[in-house]
Design a protein around this ligand. Structure first.
Ligand SMILES: [Fe+2]
Length: 162
């Protein structure tokens, strides 16, 4: 259990989970904003894939063992999985916005601890990620200002509308 407590392994598991989750949203987004959200999610899953590899390699540089099995990622991630179904663009943005906050919190925790221990390798890398996440978080929040309503609300209000 001791190695499981490693914050970098939890973060690695989150990045692995996000890679799959964002692919789900990339494949299953529907509606008139399909192209823009399809392209945005592609950019995000490529970012998570790259960071996933970078964090594991950063761990190896420090003689730590990165988790490398799906079962271990599932056990350690703080990210909730979602089913494969159609998602409106609005739902996709809401999900991404929530997960972006979670990832930022994790990254900040690791950056702060690394800072205290004078571990500049980890602190600098996470600092770099935090800047990237802050930009994505801003863009997601800006896109959520749309007047589109979540699917559930549309269905409740116009249940017998064709
Ligand atoms: Fe794709």
């Amino acid at each position: 259990m001791a190695s499981r407590k490693n914050q970098l392994n939890i973060f690695l598991a989150d990045l692995a989970a996000m890679n799959i989750k964002v692919h789900n949203l990339h494949w299953n987004v529907t509606g008139s904003k399909f192209i823009i959200v399809h392209k945005l999610t592609e950019k995000l899953y490529k970012m998570f894939q790259l960071q996933f590899d970078e964090i594991a390699e950063l761990m190896k540089m420090q003689n730590e063992m990165p988790l490398a099995a799906m079962a271990d990622y599932l056990e350690n991630t703080t990210i909730d999985e979602i089913e494969s179904r159609d998602y409106s663009a609005y739902e996709v943005l809401q999900i991404l916005d929530g997960d972006c906050d979670k990832i930022m919190q994790q990254a900040k925790k690791i950056r702060d601890e690394a800072d205290k221990k004078d571990n500049f390798l980890v602190a600098n890398k996470l600092e770099e990620y935090l800047e990237i996440y802050a930009k994505h978080s801003w863009m997601l929040r800006a896109m959520l200002q749309d007047d589109d309503l979540p699917i559930e609300m549309e269905e409740d209000e116009e249940s017998d509308d064709e």
